[in-house]
Ligand binder design. Structure first.
Ligand SMILES: Cc1cc2nc3c(=O)[nH]c(=O)nc-3n(C[C@H](O)[C@H](O)[C@H](O)COP(=O)(O)OP(=O)(O)OC[C@H]3O[C@@H](n4cnc5c(N)ncnc54)[C@H](O)[C@@H]3O)c2cc1C
Ligand code: SF4
Length: 316
């Protein structure tokens, strides 16, 4: 691990201003992803800003009947929260399908959104990887791609986003609230928060240097059946090969987001419109632009079948 300096943030504004002024700075929350990456020298921050003492650990109703989740709310607490379980069950289900109990006790809402890909080449410093080292090449293309993305990919990167929680937030139309280094704030719809790889796969979100996530806001509950189905190689403690997060309303309309297939939680509102025509139509719309490899072509069928199972469950 490279040497770094460390401080405990005293306020959100101070943390954002310090990080904005220091390109080598990173926030540390639960540390469950960042510390692993630092040990492998994939992440090499020169300064860590510990944001654990800032509070930011409450979940409150918003004025319009939605829910504001502070950035530092632990995944365990978020999943167990009474209102989340009742009104946003998709979020609870996605969270408890991820990682392990111990990890969820540490992992935070903001950190989960910003966790980095699990592409095996990204974690191997001996292999070229455009995400880890821009311009070095992509070892996955032409390599082992079974777990990797099938849609929204580029010639530079075919990695997936690994978060289960983010898939649920995408189907629930969450908004990410931030403070920038100059003290200004903004609200970013989750649809716009994560980037596709394009030519710059090392840029994973629209956040600016030093921009600090303060909370995630959910709109008022929409009800319906909320289901998260995750297909993975082991029954627990494994990332999704494919996952489907669904909100299915009594009239058959709804919202579908898919994990394990793209560089971001994958949802196309046009595909939601196909729900009345069934899983095949939704999946065809979602993956119309898919460019799978020979090794991960199976994910196209897997999305359709997983979605089919979700719709069957939603119909009771
Ligand atoms: C063995 C293992 C298995 C796992 N399995 C799964 C799984 O199945 N599904 C799944 O979804 N996840 C899984 N995870 C990932 C886990 O959910 C993430 O590591 C965790 O959510 C990251 O949260 P954290 O608070 O620890 O983030 P940290 O590691 O502290 O930080 C992650 C990133 O977020 C940044 N950051 C943190 N807080 C803020 C903030 N407020 N504003 C701006 N930037 C911020 C940090 O600078 C860093 O870049 C697994 C992890 C491990 C180690
Ligand atoms: S797919 Fe992306 S993360 Fe994986 S090796 Fe290629 S550039 Fe790196």
């Amino acid at each position: 691990m490279r040497e770094f300096t460390y401080e405990r943030a005293t306020s959100v504004e101070q943390a954002a201003a310090t990080a904005a002024a220091n390109p080598g700075a990173k926030f540390i929350a639960g540390g469950t992803n960042l510390l692993d990456l630092m040990k492998l020298e994939i992440e090499t921050p020169t300064h860590l800003i510990d944001v654990n003492g800032l509070g930011l650990d409450t979940i409150d109703a918003t004025a319009d009947g939605g829910l504001r989740i502070d950035a530092m709310v632990r995944n365990t607490d978020l999943a167990a929260h009474e209102t989340v379980r009742r009104d946003y069950a998709l979020l609870t289900r996605a969270l408890v399908s991820g990682a392990s109990g111990q990890l969820r006790n540490k992992a935070t809402t903001a950190g989960n959104l910003l966790q980095r890909t699990r592409c095996p080449y990204f974690y191997d410093p001996n292999q070229p990887c455009n995400k880890r080292q821009p311009g070095s090449g992509c070892s996955a293309i032409g390599g082992f791609t079974r777990q990797l993305a099938i849609v929204g990919t580029s010639e530079a990167c075919i990695a997936t986003h690994p978060s289960d929680m983010a898939v649920a937030l995408r189907a629930l139309d969450a908004v990410v609230e931030t403070v920038k280094g100059d003290g200004s704030t903004r609200s970013i719809p989750i649809a716009d928060f994560h980037c596709l790889p394009g030519e710059t796969p090392h840029i994973e979100t629209v956040l600016e240097q030093g921009e600090f996530i303060t909370s995630v806001v959910l709109p008022p509950p929409v009800g319906g059946r909320q289901i998260y189905r995750k297909v993975r190689d082991r029954a627990s403690y494994a990332f999704a090969i494919v996952s489907v997060g669904a909100v299915i309303l009594p009239d058959g309309t709804g919202k579908i987001a898919v994990g394990g297939v793209a560089h971001k939680p994958w949802r196309l509102e046009a595909a939601d419109q196909e729900l009345s025509r069934g899983a095949r139509a939704v999946s065809a719309a979602l993956l119309a632009d898919a460019r799978p490899t020979e090794q991960n072509r199976f994910k196209i069928d897997l999305v359709e079948r997983t979605l089919g199972a979700v719709l069957l469950e939603a119909r009771g």
